[in-house]
Design a protein around this ligand. Structure first.
Ligand SMILES: C[S@@+](CC[C@H](N)C(=O)[O-])C[C@H]1O[C@@H](n2cnc3c(N)ncnc32)[C@H](O)[C@@H]1O
Length: 718
């Protein structure tokens, strides 16, 4: 942790204007003496680093102006907090049931949460507002000057280019003789080659192809930044050469340390005040979060303060707020966090549910669940049960959720700044292996949700990877296999998901998903997609199941008749058309740069999917025949009939009770009997019914421990 803090200090020295540090002190009313002492400290610090100029203490509004420009530098588009948001903030804080105003914190010193005027609302035609202070006017003038200078520099560069000669790539001998330690020469070549690629006609050598330059750049980037070449090739396919460099360089920067105030126990403003008094420099995270705080600098370890130990906050990266905000869980709902450990998002979900309803936190790895349990206790979460299952099997145990979060296991290609081992350890093979697992998990997540939920029917899929195979490809697969459509994530930042990537084409509604990049949003790279499930049926199945019980059961996936399937396809198409009409598809935005190389693995994966589908159809036909035969045999066995009766009755009773129950009255998710759902699992690829499901009903019944127990009880009563 000490190491962490010192690296954060470095971060402050690099990017935080001194004015802003002082702002924090002013805004939160640190006693004058302490503020003066801190001012001295930071002036000395500034003088030492030579990066921060000493500045006079400025008024709070000016501080906010400085804040904004810093956020612009950081790539976060932080506009002013409006009135509405202030009200929401109050609402949010009301979660914490304490009406007493904290000491030393009043309306006059909460200016960092105070609404400011809408940009441009009272401005003169020339953009100057009468109410603007001299400082604001000055800031505007200098911004305009900077823009002019940047434009002139660009024009000059274009002129130089026209006069420049060709760039010569080193030949093999030259490269062999290159001093390996001459990193600066490699870096210069990276810059040069990117330059050539962006003005290829003028700067290329006549006998060199574009791919030779790309090759050279890929090797240089990999060796200079310490990546395996495999990964660098993938990034070069995803971004333009210049953007690849930006992405890679952003992965070298430490991300700001962020905490989330736990409103089950405190309010953000109280927490901020307590930490400020411990000498912590902080700011609100961004306008889109009501509970996040950005920590610039702390003299105490942030993971060991009394406030931390009392569960007043959770250390959580800015990127992990997004999936939970998109999930938007409500009080009294039934929510599943399918891959929860160590529980960062689970505790946030519980917070938004105001500790009510039922939250199931599941993870495959028992060891990782220990940390989850510890976090749940520390943060005072009381509405959560922890489960340890393979997520792919969950729908055979729990169904009927209002919302499911699938924060899927992934390669972590968005969090390289946090885990540099990814640079050398992950390969293309990992991407495809995980993509397969993610596809299985997403179907299970959808199957666990009740499309008829009054308030939800929502599934959020997220990864901390930027790879298309782990994101859009998985979402596309889910759109094809289940009755779901994409809806707006509600996240106003982030870039739209791709509708095209190399030779792949995705559904136009993919623009509703969101991509986040370290070099654009100054946070970990991640991806969020939000689905609405519109039917508890599957568009990929083509058979009719005439079992009355299954028809009555709202929460079970059913096999469709051809007519139903056509109806679903129509619904699907309508949903797509609606989205197409509402979404402006700007291909330039959503189209990833194309590469000449064919992505054979993607084709293979698709081929595999098709083969799976064909195999599945054949298997289903064969299983249907078997089942008919077995059922005929069973009918002649009176004993079996007797056994089946109680189950039929109880299933019917359960499902009727479920469909008639009021949505407000939520119960713990029903523990489903095994074999009822066609849960995807190992050796049971997505879309295929499990072997158990194809067993005759009597056998299924006898395999069912719960039914057996019920039968025994009945017999003993007799
Ligand atoms: C990205 S992490 C989850 C982070 C967590 N949501 C949070 O915010 O703290 C992915 C998790 O998926 C779990 N996992 C991997 N395979 C799984 C599976 N088949 N079923 C359930 N969980 C799985 C891993 O153990 C890991 O904890």
């Amino acid at each position: 942790m000490a190491k962490n803090v010192s690296s954060k200090r470095k971060y402050v020295a690099k990017s935080i204007p001194n004015e802003q540090i002082l702002t924090v002190l002013c805004r939160l009313d640190v006693p004058a003496k302490a503020a003066a002492a801190k001012k001295g400290k930071y002036e000395k610090f500034a003088a030492k680093t030579n990066k921060i100029k000493a500045a006079p203490v400025v008024e709070s509004e000016e501080d906010e102006e400085m804040n904004e420009s810093e956020d612009e530098v950081n790539g976060i588009d932080e506009e002013e907090v409006d009135e509405e948001e202030e009200e929401e903030e109050e609402d949010d804080d009301d979660n914490y049931d304490d009406d007493t105003e904290p000491k030393g914190f009043s309306d006059s010193n909460k200016s960092w949460l105070k609404p400011k005027k809408q940009a441009g609302s009272e401005e003169d035609e020339d953009g100057d507002s009468d109410d603007e202070t001299e400082f604001e006017k000055k800031a505007k003038r200098s911004a305009a000057k900077e823009r002019r200078e940047a434009q002139e520099a660009e024009e000059e560069m274009q002129l130089n280019l026209a006069n420049q000669g060709k760039y010569e790539l080193p030949d093999e001998d030259e490269e062999d003789g290159e001093d390996e330690n001459d990193a600066s020469a490699v870096y210069q070549r990276i810059k040069d080659v990117i330059e050539v690629l962006s003005h290829f006609k003028e700067r290329r050598e006549a006998h060199r192809s574009r791919s030779e330059y790309i090759d050279q750049l890929t090797s240089d980037l990999a060796s200079y930044f310490g990546y395996n070449r495999d990964l660098m090739v993938m990034f070069m396919q995803m971004f333009s050469p210049a953007e690849t460099l930006e992405f890679i360089e952003a992965n070298e920067q430490p991300r700001p340390l962020v905490i989330r105030a736990n409103t089950l126990k405190t309010r953000r403003r109280d927490l901020a005040q307590a930490l400020i008094q411990r000498g912590v420099n902080l700011d609100p995270l961004a306008k889109w979060s009501k509970v996040g705080l950005k920590i610039y600098d702390s003299p105490v370890p942030i993971g060991a303060t009394p406030e931390y130990l009392a569960g007043h906050y959770m250390l959580q990266s800015a990127s992990s707020f997004g999936p939970v905000l998109a999930l938007a869980p409500e009080a009294n709902e039934r929510v599943l966090d399918m891959c929860c450990a160590p529980g960062g998002k689970t505790t946030y979900i519980a917070q938004l549910m105001r500790n009510s309803g039922t939250l199931i936190a599941n993870d495959l790895k028992k060891q990782r669940l220990k940390a989850t349990v510890a976090n749940l206790h520390r943060l005072g979460v009381k509405n959560c049960a922890v489960a340890n299952y393979d997520g792919r099997k969950l729908p055979s145990l729990f169904t009927g959720f209002d919302r499911v979060l699938l924060d899927a296991p992934c390669t972590g290609m968005g969090v390289i700044a946090r885990d540099p081992s990814i640079k050398t350890q992950k390969t293309e093979k990992d991407v495809f292996r995980l993509s397969h697992l993610q596809k299985e998990l997403i179907l299970a997540a959808i199957d666990a949700v009740d499309a008829k939920s009054a308030s939800g029917g929502i599934i959020v899929y997220s990864t901390c990877s930027v790879m298309v195979e782990e994101n859009e490809a998985v979402v596309e697969y889910a759109l094809k296999k289940r009755a779901v459509k994409l809806i707006d994530t509600g996240l106003d930042h982030g870039k739209p998901g791709f509708t095209r990537y190399q030779q792949l084409r995705f559904h136009p509604s993919m623009t509703l998903t969101r991509r986040f990049y370290p070099h654009v949003h100054n946070m970990d790279g991640f991806y969020v997609a939000k689905f609405k499930k519109y039917a508890n049926t599957r568009p990929d199945d083509d058979d009719k199941d005439e079992d009355e019980d299954e028809k009555d059961s709202d929460n079970e996936s059913k096999i469709l008749s051809k007519r139903e399937r056509r109806k679903l396809e129509k619904q699907n198409k309508k949903a797509s058309d609606d989205v197409e009409a509402s979404v402006q598809v700007d291909d330039s935005d959503n189209e990833a740069p194309k590469s000449d190389d064919d992505n054979e693995e993607v084709e293979d994966a698709e081929e595999e999917d098709n083969e799976e589908q064909e195999e599945y159809e054949e298997e289903v036909a064969a299983e249907e025949d078997d089942e008919k035969e077995s059922e005929a045999e069973e009918e002649s066995e009176e004993e079996s009939e007797e056994e089946i009766q109680p189950v039929k009755k109880s299933t019917k009773h359960q499902s009727k009770a479920k469909s008639s129950s009021k949505p407000q009255v939520k119960s713990t998710p029903k523990l489903k009997v095994s074999g009822k759902n066609h849960a995807p699992g190992k050796g049971n690829p997505p879309g295929k019914p499990s072997k158990e499901n194809s067993k005759p009903k009597a056998k299924r019944f006898m395999d069912n421990k719960f039914a057996q127990a019920r039968l025994k009880k009945k017999q003993s009563k007799k």
